[in-house]
Write a new protein. Structure first.
Length: 280
């Protein structure tokens, strides 16, 4: 992993630009095999969460790869039902035990619900004790971050947000950059394969001899984002990582930017439906 393949946080830690997302990898053999393929292809970051119910699979895969622990960046996330100071400490301990690790590289608040300020205070404690190398958030809008800043002693290093050409998140990305907070794209290819047949993307991919997915992922990198594409298919896992040997022109990036529709495929934490939900 070259320095150019990582992004530095404001606390001095680094994260690989491309990691493997493991959402919906609910079968142990499938998850372990996918992570092994990814590591063999060059991935050094794995992103999981309590709610994915596969932290134990990820832990097993980490042990079986043979890669030194210090060379890997492992992320997990605090689920919505576990907010609160003491609850966060317990949830983190459970995640760490399932992963069978001594520390996490990155721990995130998964969604801005309930008493996330109290949760953040607990995460600051775990960070100060060295049990977490970096702490961050996920799915936070600007107003959530500004609210967190009123009591936080540590600023999040990262905000993991839904982002793809149909939801480019330019205003939020600009704010995060102004705060020296890294933006990381979950669902970077969007859900449902809607983008894979888009004529703009297809034309760019064909002209360069690439897959549409590679073009989209390179667009993210050109925009300064960290990405965590998910796949269990070996060929796609390898292809999704093979995005450092080419670049997009400014014109290509501008064409892809025009695809933005502010279209979410996941939840908006400000929506009435989201705010009305209860969590378990």
């Amino acid at each position: 992993m070259k320095a150019s393949d990582t992004k530095k946080f404001h606390n001095g830690q680094e994260i690989p630009l491309v990691g493997l997302g493991v959402w919906k990898m609910e079968n142990e053999r499938e998850a372990v095999d996918a992570i092994q393929v990814a590591v063999d292809a060059g991935y050094r970051a794995i992103d999981t969460a309590k709610v994915y119910e596969n932290e134990d699979f990820v832990g097993r895969a980490i042990r079986e790869t043979g890669i030194p622990r210090a060379d890997l960046t492992i992320t997990s996330k605090l689920w919505n039902a576990d907010h609160g100071y003491d609850e966060t400490l317990r949830a983190f301990d459970t995640s760490l035990k399932k992963l069978q690790l001594d520390y996490l590289d990155l721990y995130l608040i998964h969604w801005p619900v309930s008493s996330y300020k109290d949760s953040w205070r607990a995460m600051e404690r775990l960070y100060s004790e060295g049990l977490i190398k970096s702490i961050g958030v996920s799915n936070f809008h600007q107003h959530h971050l500004e609210n967190l800043f009123t009591t936080a002693n540590e600023k999040p290093v990262i905000d993991q947000i839904e982002m793809h050409p149909l939801l480019s998140q330019k205003p939020l990305r600009a704010y995060l950059e102004s705060q020296d907070i890294v933006h990381e794209a979950w669902s970077p290819l969007a859900k449902g394969g809607e983008l894979l047949n888009n004529p703009v993307l297809t034309a760019i991919a064909e002209a360069k001899g690439l897959t549409v997915a590679q073009v989209i992922l390179r667009w993210h990198l050109n925009n300064g984002s960290v990405i965590i594409p998910k796949s269990v298919t070996p060929e796609r896992i390898r292809s999704n990582f093979d995005v450092f040997h080419f670049d997009l022109s400014d014109g290509d990036v501008e064409k892809i930017d025009t695809l933005n529709e502010d279209k979410r495929t996941g939840s908006d934490p400000d929506s009435e439906a989201f705010l009305a939900r209860t969590w378990n």
